[in-house]
Design a protein around this ligand. Structure first.
Ligand SMILES: [Zn+2]
Ligand SMILES: [Zn+2]
Length: 170
């Protein structure tokens, strides 16, 4: 990441009076966000938009994060990239305690969205993606993509690729 962190948001313009709000619209890269079959492509930016609100214990962010996500279909292994939007409502605490784990720190005159966005995006990534509900998957005999071709073998559907290897050994 470059010298300036776009997600480090100044809160000097936000009054400490509970109920005060500050609109936020920031965008930048957060590297290495992935689960096994879905990830944010390298170079894609996360766009966070919403508002910061002063509350008694700190500053509450409510808004959305929008990001491109590439996912690998669990049946046909085809890759698709599409935008994903995540709703976020998280608290930055003035009196932050690391071990409690479900809030983020107010750092003097700043809040840093990076970890909050990373947590929200990674949690929202699909664990077992499908390119479509109707995906026919790969043929367990020859490995053909049954969405694209009818190889004439029976079966298909939601097949674990390991079964194909077993079949080749037989
Ligand atoms: Zn598929
Ligand atoms: Zn086949």
């Amino acid at each position: 990441m470059g010298a300036a962190n776009p997600f480090k948001v100044s809160v000097t313009r936000l009054s400490k009076t509970p109920g005060s709000v500050l609109q936020v619209d920031v965008e930048g890269e957060i590297p290495e966000m992935f689960v096994s079959s879905a990830w944010v492509p390298e170079g894609a930016t996360v766009h966070a938009k919403g508002q910061l609100e002063a509350v008694h214990s700190g500053i509450l962010f409510s808004g959305t994060a929008t990001v491109e996500v590439t996912s690998e279909c669990r049946r046909c292994l085809g890759r698709t990239t599409a935008p994903m939007q995540v709703e976020i409502r998280e608290l930055f605490e003035s009196d932050f305690k690391e071990e409690e784990g479900d809030t983020y720190p107010v750092e003097g005159d700043f809040v840093d969205f990076t970890e909050m966005l990373r947590d929200a995006v990674v949690l929202a990534l699909p664990a077992a993606p499908l390119c479509s509900e109707e995906c026919k998957g790969l043929c367990q005999v020859c490995g053909a993509n049954l969405n694209e071709t009818d190889c004439g073998h029976r079966g298909g559907g939601d097949i674990d690729p390991r079964f194909r290897i077993l079949d080749q050994l037989r």
